[in-house]
Design a protein around this ligand. Structure first.
Ligand SMILES: *Cc1c(COP(=O)(O)O)cnc(C)c1O
Length: 456
């Protein structure tokens, strides 16, 4: 095997991006604007200011500025764990006996264990710069809460995390990592907020959902002086910050004259996928190149492949702005059987619009095959992948096996968003042969579609 390409392509520190790229600037048809739920009119920066930091509200609504300077303070933090490596998966290629060349961009090399730190540090920075006391947020699987706790402790900000109750109970170590970094962690739905009390009353014994934890965190921020709410995915500002992944991946490929044929990412709220594909999608939008871009989602929470493209609430409590996105309806609560993260009912409006325009394809995969791919990957490439990331591994392997049949030497790039050390309960289920698959029926989905608001 020709190994002129090193196993790990590292960029030098000075090659780390100095600007984030906003793919919306190159979209002729922009994502639909987010709406004020009270007036159904596009929200303004002023209307977002009670919820978000001002600078972040501006980024959220800016669909014309292509590049945003990354402040030096943020770049200094990035330097602790970036640039992240682009790894040539030689061992996996050999194992699969494929003619394809497989690369993965690994974002798990930091204590939080995922790409989420890229946006957490940016959001904490803008909160600090605005002179705020602290921020509130929700966390599902726990990676976002961990990343935000790290970012807040770095800038000496308070961090209140509403953690989906089933994760709070299933992942006590995640919780302790957050507390070690100084965060206050509350299981959601809690009795601390009006919306939490309401949901607890309506659904006694509920183990919570992301949408519900979001409502609680927003309420906590808007009712406490000096606090704002921050979100780890879905929002356009988060995709902007995550473009650092795609920009680095693109530079690393360019450094060795490699042209990607396909770029694959897992999709929960769409932030890592959006960030990874942004520079590639930008070239497509400008007519400079063509790529196959693939979003991979769980069959148990299939917002792109089975959802509706409609305005929806971003949270269960219906306090956030309405976003037009591929959605299962804010009332959708994924099966408790579903272990692999990626549980959000909707999808980033940027990713949704790119998908609607046909620039991105989407696949859904079942969790047992995802864990099978994770096991293969761990055993041959060494890294124990997060279940979320393993959705992308699964499809990258499928594509590599297709190349094996045709003998094509395609360059497959996928995002390995993080490590799975805190997901050992799920791995245990898989190892014990107790993991099943759950696919919602059309009737299940019809029920949650019925919760879509009537807009237009
Ligand atoms: C949060 C998370 C995801 C999914 O979130 P996106 O916003 O869709 O990127 C994927 N992988 C890991 C490891 C995560 O922590």
């Amino acid at each position: 095997m020709d190994k002129k390409i090193p196993y790990k392509i590292y960029l030098d520190e000075q090659e780390m991006p100095k600007q984030w790229y906003n793919v919306r600037a190159d979209m002729k048809k922009k994502p639909a604007p987010i709406l004020n739920p009270a007036t159904l009119k596009p929200v303004t920066v002023e209307e977002l200011e009670p919820i978000f930091c001002t600078e972040l509200a501006k980024q959220e609504l800016d669909d014309t500025t292509a590049y945003f300077d990354i402040p030096e303070e943020i770049r200094n933090f990035y330097r602790m764990y970036r640039p992240s490596p682009l790894v040539r998966a030689y061992c996996l290629e050999e194992k699969l006996q494929t003619s394809a060349h497989i690369y993965y961009k690994f974002e798990g090399n930091n204590t939080s264990g995922s790409h989420k730190l890229n946006s957490a540090i940016a959001q904490a920075y803008y909160a600090k710069k605005q002179g705020l006391k602290g921020v509130t947020t929700e966390t599902g699987a726990g990676q976002w809460g961990t990343a935000l706790s790290m970012a807040c402790s770095y800038f000496d900000l308070d961090c209140h995390v509403y953690m989906v109750k089933c994760s709070y109970e299933q992942k006590p170590f995640r919780r302790e990592v957050m507390r070690t970094y100084g965060a206050q962690v509350t299981p959601s739905p809690s009795m601390n907020t009006e919306v939490g009390r309401k949901i607890n009353k309506e659904f006694p014994g509920t183990t919570g959902s992301l949408g519900c934890a979001i409502s609680e965190a927003v309420e906590a921020a808007t009712t406490h002086e000096g606090y704002r709410y921050v979100l780890g995915s879905v929002l356009s500002q988060v995709l902007l910050h995550q473009s650092v992944i795609g920009l680095e991946a693109k530079s690393a490929l360019d450094k060795y004259g490699i042209k990607a044929d396909m770029v694959i990412g897992c999709a929960g709220g769409g932030s890592n996928l959006g960030g990874l594909i942004s520079p590639f999608a930008g070239e497509m939008l400008r007519g400079e190149a063509d790529y196959k871009l693939i979003a991979v989602e769980p069959a148990s929470c299939p917002s792109l492949t089975r959802g509706k493209y409609a305005y929806d609430f971003c949270d269960t409590g219906k306090v956030c702005p309405l976003a037009k996105m591929y959605t299962l309806g804010s009332g959708f609560i994924p099966s408790a059987n579903h272990a692999g993260g990626l549980r959000y009912h909707g999808m980033s409006s940027v990713v949704s619009e790119l998908y609607d325009q046909g620039l991105i394809e989407a696949r859904s995969v079942e969790q047992t095959e995802v864990f099978k791919a994770a096991e293969t990957f761990a055993r041959i490439e060494g890294i124990l992948p997060a279940p979320e990331s393993s959705h992308a591994i699964k499809v990258a392997m499928d594509e590599a096996l297709k190349c094996k049949e045709t003998g094509e030497e395609k360059n497959i790039v996928f995002g390995l968003t993080g490590t799975g050390y805190f997901d050992m309960v799920a791995y245990q289920k898989y190892n014990d042969g107790e993991m099943g698959d759950f696919i919602p029926s059309d009737e299940d989905l019809a029920k949650s579609f019925a919760t879509l608001p009537k807009v237009d």
